[in-house]
Design a protein around this ligand. Structure first.
Ligand code: NDP
Length: 314
């Protein structure tokens, strides 16, 4: 196997990807290294690619430690954990897994919206606990007829808008540029959209440009009858402001798939009865995870064969 290209993996992939990866590459399993720094120093001279995951990324330090690095392949569409500027400066190419996960993330966003407003997890608990025998459950919020504001009408946001077309709701969206192909109302200001909508669904990219964009002012504009669904990144929301808004009922509730400090999230979330929480599982179906892994492997293969990358990050 001496001739196989050397690939560094910060974290594992499912076994259905690991088996073909082992066949094609000499893998360096960073997550198993007792001393990361010593491990990287030892293998750095051989490593030509990093096969990472969205949440693990590729840091400035990691990239700087790998002088022979040619490619960073990301299992996931969000590249906010990868130092793209460092890659650009050194001509290191980057790939991600766009589109194959659009349907799953959109389904979860709509599912979370229904779950929190119709109180589906609370209803499940109400039945299981036997509380049903002693009276009725608190009433829920009507979904249809509402105004839904989507922050980020890209690949996934556009799919969410399509999903919602059957729900008898009015859709608006926030982005830097209006989308000519969208029939929906465009907002150039997130606060203005939050003022207008009943539910704010956030599906913006993470990173510096969107850090804390859902701030106290946006939450105040959403108001005590407004709801937040976040399937983007924990970083897009000012979490201190969100926790306070949820605890004081300055907004009605939230359904969240993403948080700061995953997986050790702020314990204040678990104490709230007006939230539905999922563990960053937007793309978490077997079919989509298989498609993502295949796309990562096709990108690695194309790179080492000298063919054009399948899904390069611009
Ligand atoms: P796209 O790049 O296709 O869409 C991004 C959208 O956000 C565009 O409409 C863009 O429009 C808008 N946008 C980007 N930057 C800004 C900004 N600074 N201010 C306002 N609007 C902005 O991305 P995808 O739809 O493929 O993915 C979106 C994100 O979803 C990913 O980056 C990832 O972080 C997250 N994600 C979460 C998952 C989960 O498990 N919960 C799974 C998959 C993805 P414009 O350029 O006009 O502003």
């Amino acid at each position: 196997t001496a001739a196989l290209p050397h690939v560094l993996m910060p974290g594992t992939y499912p076994e259905w990807d690991m088996a073909p990866m082992r066949e094609a590459y000499t893998l360096h399993r960073l997550w198993e290294a007792p001393d990361r720094q010593a491990f990287i120093a030892e293998h750095a001279p051989q490593i030509r690619a990093i096969a990472t995951r969205g949440e693990l990324g590729a840091s400035t330090e990691l990239i700087a430690a790998l002088p022979k690095l040619e490619l960073v392949a990301c299992y996931g569409v969000g590249t906010d954990g990868i130092d793209l500027a460092a890659c650009r400066a050194r001509g290191i190419r980057v790939t991600n897994t766009p589109d194959v996960l659009n349907g799953d993330v959109a389904d979860l966003a709509v599912g979370l919206l229904l779950a929190v407003q119709r109180r589906i997890p609370a209803g499940d608990q109400f039945v299981r606990s036997g509380a049903w025998a002693h009276g009725g459950m608190p009433l829920a919020t009507r979904v249809f007829g509402q105004r839904i504001g989507i922050a980020g009408l890209g690949r996934i946001g556009g799919t969410i808008a399509r999903r919602l077309s059957g729900f008898d709701v009015e859709v608006g969206y926030f982005s830097r540029t209006p989308k000519a192909e969208s029939p929906h109302r465009h907002f150039a200001s997130l606060s203005a959209m939050a003022e207008w909508c009943d539910v704010l669904i956030v599906i913006l990219p993470g990173g510096e440009a969107t850090r804390g964009i859902v701030n106290g002012e946006v939450l105040q504009a959403l108001g005590p009858r407004g709801w937040l669904v976040n399937v983007s990144r924990g970083t897009t929301v000012d979490e201190a402001a969100l926790l306070q808004a949820l605890e004081t009922r300055a907004i009605a509730g939230a359904a969240l798939d993403v948080f700061l400090n995953e997986p050790r999230i702020d314990p204040r979330f678990a104490a709230l009865d007006n939230v539905v929480l999922t563990p960053h599982h937007g793309s978490g179906t077997e079919a989509t995870r298989r498609a993502m892994g295949e796309l990562v492997r096709r990108n690695l293969e194309a790179h080492f064969a000298g063919r054009p990358l399948i899904t390069p990050v611009a």
